[in-house]
Design a protein around this ligand. Sequence first.
Ligand code: XMP
Length: 520
Amino acid sequence: MSLDLSLNKILIIDFGSQFTQLIARRIRELGVFSEIVSHKKINNKKIGNSIKGIILSGGPLNVYEIKKYSFDKKIIETGVPVLGICFGHQILSKLNGGRVKQSKHREFGLANIFKKKESPLTKNFFNKKKINKVWMSHADQVYKLPKNFSVIASSQNSKFAIIENKFKKFYGVQFHPEVTHTENGRKLISNFIFLICKIRRNWSSKDQKMKLIKDIKNEVGKNKVICALSGGVDSSVVAQLLNKAIGKKLYCIFVNTGLLRKNEEKQVIETFKKKLKMNLIYVNAEKEFIKKLTYVSDPEKKRKIIGNLFIKIFERYAKKIKDVKFLAQGTLYPDLIESKSVTGSQTSKIKSHHNVGGLPKKMKLKLVEPLRFLFKDEVRKLGLELNLSKEIVSRHPFPGPGLAIRMPGVITREKINILKEADYYFIQALKDNRLYHKIWQAYAALLPVKTVGVMGDNRTYEYICLLRAITSEDGMTADFYEFKKSFTQMISNKIVNSIRGINRVVYDVTSKPPSTIELE
Ligand code: XMP
């Protein structure tokens, strides 16, 4: 591992915690550069002048299982301030003569810590009652205070919840200040980096953009890169980053499956080919997709057919480009965490997700995933920094299989056309009424039943349109959005009056769980 020596930084030594990237994110939010390095790949010789502070992360390890990790004490004896978090706190304690053992009372979740004394680490951290709620997640704990350390705060079960050796600038916290559940956790991290490490702000969205572009250039050199562009936020930001880094060596393949939203293909071509001047290969595969999907109503079959055909077409065009070495993907950090199954638990398969860029393994291309350490909101900010429009970076998510999974039952061209119109009116109404950005995801679906209605003096027998609008943090759980009656009335009238084929509109009021966001 070679560290970037050009910038002052906080070094995060990773012991395998789920939250390590969250620590880095908090430091980025404070405008400071940080770098993560595995505990297996660091030694004291790598602690150069640019490192102004060290954070030891949490992790699933036990400090006495020394065969499972290697950590040289010399690393923390370079005179640089150190903050140990959870496991990091335990190892810091052990290396300084403290003792750690399995706790009788394991602490998982929220706990109260009580202030014992002042410290620069906790300046303006404690609330008026001097009792803060913090997020704990540990089975082991420090039970003998290390030499020359004092106690800043305790919890009921952890006597040494925050400790310090002021002289050496060593600090340990048993809880996780990086997670949002910890009250004023950000303040504690900010105190460590600014008051104790005395590092200056040196990191902005612009710096991040420049670094990512530089890293891509180093990674791919003069080779060709392909990228599956869907017009969604992540693939758009990846494409634009690569466009800035390697220009015409990037080939974006945009497949029109015939299951896109109204005018979507025009918008993607307009933005990426005309405005941003990218090498965009537009593949109109509408006919191929619709043909394969005729008479298919099983949701999993639909997903598989779409996923497989997408890959076939993608590969076909990638071959035509020739000598491609890399495939760029918009993988984000939460995607990595989920696919790694950090907890090791077996989760049951609910749906076969089709992520456009994710699948052509047999093409033997190297992956370029420049967003792999970022969170969705950071990607959106980066998109703006890259001059992508607000409209692109704040779009609601749209699934790979597109309208196919918003149309339970068999897929016909007639149904696709009806649905495209309904969805267009709904989304447009949300934008016109300034509701679009209050909602995490919204769409219209077409239910495979016809019901009776009356229009003028005539009987109608047409489809039901279902509207869904949800609020969510990350799509894992969701709640339905509560519209005012005037809005639901207006949009229902608009859809029924403007679109032939729909005579009834219903609103989905289920949360996730028990429902999912999409219908299939
Ligand atoms: P569910 O329906 O599982 O959806 O609650 C959660 C989020 O994932 C999106 N979604 C997909 N995204 N390929 C994607 O790229 C897919 O196959 C897919 N299926 C669902 C869904 O729109 C929501 O944002």
